[in-house]
Design a protein around this ligand. Structure first.
Ligand SMILES: Nc1ncnc2c1ncn2[C@@H]1O[C@H](COP(=O)(O)OP(=O)(O)OP(=O)(O)O)[C@@H](O)[C@H]1O
Ligand SMILES: [Mg+2]
Length: 261
């Protein structure tokens, strides 16, 4: 633990009490709570409270394979999403496939925690890059170790649904926009690498791309394979709305364009 995380005994006791209250308030059983909020994560979270990033945790939005997402509120009353990469149940091999081969990330990762931190760092960087490009993603707000704070997509009471769970009123417009996002990303040498209607939120008739931790640069040896899969997932989903995109054609057009430019 780094020195800035070493808080006093008094703090730890207080933290223990607050964590029990937090578990109750956000309706998590003790076991799940303990898995997500191990002591180190709690200390990090408490730092986000003391530095004014967060005022309160509201409720859990999702428990995914690799992270837990919570809704939280800032001292100014802004609603945010807090993604906490978990220290357990992590599929390291899967994660390493993406980190290895990406020159932006440090090699010789030593510990479990290192990987979680790198993963959160990668998601934050990718969110920032995509946000700057004008691709609709949750705006990144802060990263501390394995915790990413970002813009919350949803209403006061409920997070936005995934695209797979809604029937968009104008599917063609959503399809066109998602494909435009993929193209724009590709031109910026990035591939999402886990794009599907699971990782697109639908809010106020607009698609939001999420879960960009695994996005890779074109230098990655499997980048084109991932691109092919992303395009296939999107085309397949929109077929039910009578949109018959040709992912192989799009792939060919896309890869040709960038190579020749
Ligand atoms: N910024 C956000 N605003 C609102 N809801 C969000 C936000 N980010 C994530 N979520 C919700 O949390 C879920 C999981 O997020 P994400 O896909 O980033 O994490 P994950 O660990 O990869 O999850 P999974 O393993 O289920 O894919 C999303 O499907 C969505 O419902
Ligand atoms: Mg996801």
């Amino acid at each position: 633990m780094s020195s800035d995380e070493l808080l006093s005994d008094r703090w730890l006791k207080k933290l223990d009490r607050t964590s029990q209250e937090l578990a109750q308030r956000i309706g998590m059983d003790r076991k799940t709570f303990g898995e997500v909020f191990d002591k180190t994560t709690l200390l990090r979270l408490s730092k986000l409270f003391s530095d004014g990033t967060l005022q309160q945790m509201d409720f859990p939005i999702s428990t995914g394979k690799e992270a837990n997402i919570f809704r939280a509120t800032t001292p100014k009353g802004k609603l945010v999403a807090v993604k906490i990469y978990r220290t357990s149940n992590l599929t390291f091999k899967h994660i390493l496939t993406y980190i290895e081969g990406d020159p932006r990330f440090k090699h010789n990762i030593k510990s479990h925690r290192d990987i979680l931190d790198e993963w959160a760092k990668k998601e934050f960087k990718n969110l920032s890059r995509l946000h700057e490009l004008g691709i609709r993603v949750p705006a990144p707000l802060k990263r501390l170790h394995n915790i990413v704070v970002m813009e919350y997509i949803g209403t006061k009471d409920k997070a936005a649904p995934m695209l797979k769970d809604v029937d968009p009123p104008d599917p063609k417009a959503v399809y066109t926009e998602v494909m435009a996002f993929v193209t724009k990303m590709y031109k910026d040498r990035l591939v999402h690498a886990d794009l599907s209607p699971f990782n697109i939120l639908f809010y106020r008739r607009k698609p939001y791309i999420i879960d960009v931790g695994q996005a890779v640069l074109l230098d990655h040896p499997q980048a084109l394979e991932f691109l092919k899969r992303d395009l296939k997932n999107i085309v397949r989903y929109f077929q039910k709305y009578g949109i018959n995109g040709d992912d192989e054609k799009i792939y060919a057009r896309l890869t040709k364009k960038v190579k020749s430019s």
